[in-house]
Design a protein around this ligand. Structure first.
Ligand code: CMP
Length: 139
């Protein structure tokens, strides 16, 4: 089925001017960018977005990293978009990611791993609503 998923190009990607190269990978794989904006996250927004990881040892560093520069938040649409985006991103740890994936090609570390993507259809709905009004999504 056609799905939507929330994608974030992280500060390591904007810092290195990689947003176009990463978007090209999405489009090559049939994922359509139906909403996109470049924003600066605040400690409050980054902390709330990653609230599920609040108890994890990497949470504070993750929030600091996510506010260290602008991010690009996006809605990707396509057949099976949630799983497809996860395949295209590769494993969280770039050392474990398959060679053709975004994280293998571009990520700097397990934290500065260039992209975020929703991990389920239900989370995708919540994460999209966290950043976008319905009127901002233009298929
Ligand atoms: P993301 O898919 O955005 O979800 C949580 C983020 O935490 C993850 O990508 C990484 O950027 C970051 N992170 C840092 N350390 C770890 C870790 N040890 N395990 C998982 N995620 C980590």
């Amino acid at each position: 089925a056609v799905e939507r998923t929330l994608s974030i190009l992280k500060p390591d990607a904007t810092r290195r001017n990689l947003t176009g190269k990463i978007n090209a990978v999405f489009e090559e794989h049939g994922l359509r960018i139906v909403a996109q904006k470049r924003i600066q996250l605040t400690p409050a927004t980054a902390g709330a977005f990653y609230a599920v990881h609040k108890e994890r040892p990497f949470y504070n560093d993750l929030v600091s990293f996510m506010i260290s520069g602008p991010v690009v938040v996006q809605v990707l649409e396509g057949e099976n978009a949630v799983a497809k985006n996860r395949d295209v991103m590769g494993a969280t740890d770039p050392k474990k990611a398959e060679a053709h994936t975004i994280r293998a090609k571009f990520a700097e570390s397990i934290e500065a791993n260039s992209v975020h993507g929703s991990d389920s259809l239900e989370n995708a709905k919540n994460e999209i609503a966290f950043f976008f009004a319905g009127t901002e999504i233009l298929p």
